[in-house]
Write a protein that binds this ligand. Structure first.
Ligand SMILES: Nc1ncnc2c1ncn2[C@@H]1O[C@H](COP(=O)(O)OP(=O)(O)OP(=O)(O)O)[C@@H](O)[C@H]1O
Ligand SMILES: [Mg+2]
Length: 252
């Protein structure tokens, strides 16, 4: 059981700019992988393509989730099939309360005619908010509206904790979090590590990986994975930057 991305190429939907140029990556259930890489290398593009963003067009390659063709599915199907993306820049949804938003997403996962139990729902949500040390007032506020940067990131993790997806991509969830919040959010993510779940962390900083220890680390540059290794690779990158990777690439 895995999320298997093979030789993925994509371009912008409305022009001929190629962004992903043959990206191959497999995330088996039970593992945490991290992608690091320079700004503009295509990390967020990868996450958005997996989620179904229409700004991009896949021109070659595949993405299978437990054998199912993710790229063929509508956005809501991907979510119901167990895919989740925590956005680098979460959007605000005025007029929709956080609680109603999550409740609707959970309701949409239930069989026709079944109703989510409201008491259980709130009990579950409050328990998850407690882990994330989120104030109860965030249940009635509109999704992300006026949230601070760090509050938005924490709210993404609340959604993830509630939806219990099978494959999670976290795009720079650590950016904008203060030191205490980073620890709390990491605790929330670690609580979700499971043999039934694959997690992909996109990050620029080793610091996050001190708290969420990855099984594998990949370096992405110019639309491809150019190097993979264990957790120690992140330390090496912190130490040496990306230039030595570029040298390896140039020599190849
Ligand atoms: N919708 C778009 N329109 C125009 N250019 C785009 C679009 N989406 C991505 N790009 C370009 O594709 C490249 C990859 O962008 P992407 O956001 O995937 O990078 P990233 O690796 O996530 O960078 P960062 O580390 O800064 O978040 C960038 O040069 C970006 O400007
Ligand atoms: Mg990005």
């Amino acid at each position: 059981m895995s999320l298997e991305i093979k030789d993925l190429h994509c371009k912008l939907a409305d022009e001929d700019t190629q962004i992903l140029k043959g990206l191959t990556l497999t995330i088996p259930k039970g593992e945490v992988h991290a992608i690091m890489g320079p700004n503009g290398s295509g990390k967020s593009t990868l996450s958005k393509i997996l989620a179904g963003h229409d700004a991009y067009e896949v021109t070659q390659g595949s993405a299978l989730m437990d054998g199912k063709d993710l790229l063929e599915m509508e956005i809501d199907e991907r979510s119901r099939a167990g895919f989740f993306l925590a956005f680098q820049y979460p959007i605000e949804i005025p007029g929709v309360s956080n609680a109603n938003f999550i409740r609707a997403a959970l309701q949409a996962r239930m069989p026709e005619g079944e109703e989510l139990d409201a008491v259980d729902f709130y009990k579950n949500m409050y328990a998850k908010m407690d882990i994330l040390e989120m104030d109860r007032k965030f249940t009635s506020r509109a999704v992300n509206e006026g949230f601070s940067g760090g509050e938005k990131k924490r709210n993404e993790i609340l959604q993830m904790a509630m939806l219990e997806p099978e494959y999670c991509v976290l795009d720079e969830t650590d950016s904008g979090l203060d030191i205490d919040a980073l620890k709390i959010v990491s605790k929330g993510v670690n609580a979700m590590r499971s043999p039934d779940r694959g997690i992909l962390l996109i990050t620029h900083y080793q610091r996050l990986l001190d708290y969420i220890k990855p099984d594998h680390v990949h370096v992405m540059a110019d639309g491809q994975i150019v190097k993979s290794g264990g957790a120690e690779l992140a330390l090496e990158l912190e130490d040496k930057g990306y230039d030595w990777i570029k040298e390896i690439q140039a020599a190849a």
